[in-house]
Design a protein around this ligand. Sequence first.
Ligand code: SF4
Length: 252
Amino acid sequence: MNKQQKPNGGRGIEWTNFTWNPVQGCQHACRWEMPDGSIVPCYVEVIAKRVAQKAYPHGFEHHYWNPQKLDEPLKVVEPSKIFLDSMSDLMGDWVPDEQIEQVLDICRQATWHTFQLLTKNAPRLLEFDFPPNVWVGVSAPPSFMFGKALSLNQQKRMVKRQLDILGKLDVPVRWMSIEPLSFDIAPLLKGSPLEWAIIGAATNGKRVYQPQPTWIQNVIEVLDEQGTAIFFKGNLDWTPWREEFPEIALEL
Ligand code: SF4
């Protein structure tokens, strides 16, 4: 596993303590259109292609199963938040059921940890039983998936479907990563089942594109009204600052 809070003060992914990647590689081919029209690939794909080619000998789209990494959470004694899985999508249609079940079995054994699962393939969430220490999350849609552009209406329909699916799950924490906040998503979040939401800006390398302030304000109002904890990614320019976790996290 990869520790996120670095000894030099770097925070890595701010909302988790470790990343854990029992599977790697992804076929979703997410791309984001920036406000200036530039198209940005998934940061994981960029890492895989530029600096971690050795870990992806058959390319980023290939599915890699890492059974040798399965027991890593069991070796960490301190209760931790663990992002599952940062270099892929465990719920991708290409990941065999047996592998997902093996991963969830480790989550069941490691009762002292909290696992933060994030997917862009929400329908597959309905096929599994998640232990209570797995927070089940969905990512806001990108501008392109599988090589095809998603119109704003398609993105909105996808958000609605994701939230409908989360509402059907019997888990203590359902969450959404809204990174980047690229349109006024607040109306879609009204009445949603979210216990937690992460909000971030769009980035292209070091360049950061802030969401429109009204989009941020609207999301905060809707989520506050329904008691959803809010966590701002470090790239968001907003005051007052929020780094909340669902109440259940306070036990960590
Ligand atoms: S699902 Fe995640 S890992 Fe896969 S391409 Fe999209 S952003 Fe990258």
